[in-house]
Design a protein around this ligand. Structure first.
Ligand SMILES: [Zn+2]
Ligand SMILES: [Zn+2]
Length: 258
């Protein structure tokens, strides 16, 4: 599998970095399979530099905050009116926690379901496992103020055999997240908080907590993401590395072979 960072800015898009969006692709059955993780504010632009969005095989959304799903409405417009319109494109599977369909309707601003037409929407429950091409996706409940899921995705390794990517979405540190991240080859973990004593509970990880999560879950590699654009990412990375030595920062355009 290959993990490409489309955007990784935390909470809002930054001046040179869209909000949360990652592309996971894998070769299987003689073709490339493409699974998108989140499509946050600003991500629809650079996503088109990486692939034709009409070729996506599936979309996983972690939760309904704008920095994770706002550009679904833009993708819908692109698919309905762009070059792929009228080509008989099958609806793209769109999976996420309860309410993502309503978020698309809200951003679309229409009273009908036209915005959802390009998607085959399905709510996932925590603990549910589903297959999509070579990917096996398992959802876990995240600790966040709105319904939110973390995802464990198993698929073909670049070096043969199978590999596992775990994406935390947005979450505070909790046992469900440690469990879903167990022995991950790559743990894509948010660090939405700067390391301050007064951070409220139940929203985000700090860099140190992302590192603690990786250590407790015995993850092989930690990719620290969702650092707010007003926070020094090198400080967040240093805090994560104090807990887990194999930590790196996500950045737009970076590709990880898994
Ligand atoms: Zn977020
Ligand atoms: Zn959030």
């Amino acid at each position: 599998m290959r993990l490409t960072v489309i955007g990784c800015a935390g909470s809002v898009a930054g001046p040179d970095n869209p909000a949360s969006s990652y592309l996971l692709d894998a070769e299987a059955d003689g073709r490339t399979w493409r699974l998108l993780l989140d499509l946050g504010s600003g991500a629809i632009g650079p996503l088109q530099a990486v692939l034709d969005p009409a070729t996506l095989d599936g979309i996983l959304i972690s939760h309904g905050h704008p920095d994770h799903c706002a550009d679904l409405a833009s993708l819908s417009v692109l698919l309905r009116y762009g070059p792929s319109s009228g080509t008989g494109l099958a609806p793209i599977p769109l999976w996420g926690p309860d309410g993502i369909d309503e978020r698309v309707r809200q951003v679309e601003g229409a009273s009908d379901d036209a915005g959802l037409a390009p998607f085959a929407w399905r709510a996932l429950a925590p603990g549910e496992t589903r297959s999509l091409g070579p990917f096996t996706v398992t959802a876990a409940r995240a600790w966040h103020p709105v319904p939110a899921l973390a995802y464990r995705i198993e698929g073909p390794s670049e070096s043969g055999g199978a590999a596992t990517v775990v994406f935390t979405g947005d979450t505070d540190l909790c046992d469900d997240i440690v469990a879903i991240a167990a022995d991950a080859d790559v743990l894509l973990a948010e660090a939405g908080w700067a390391d301050r004593a007064e951070n409220p509970i139940g929203i985000h990880l700090t860099g140190a907590q992302a590192g603690e999560l990786a250590r407790r879950a015995r993850a092989k590699r930690l990719v620290v993401t969702h650092v707010a654009s007003w926070v020094d990412p090198t400080a967040t990375l240093a805090q994560a590395r104090a807990e887990h030595p194999h930590a790196v920062l996500a950045a737009p355009g970076v590709v990880f072979d898994i």
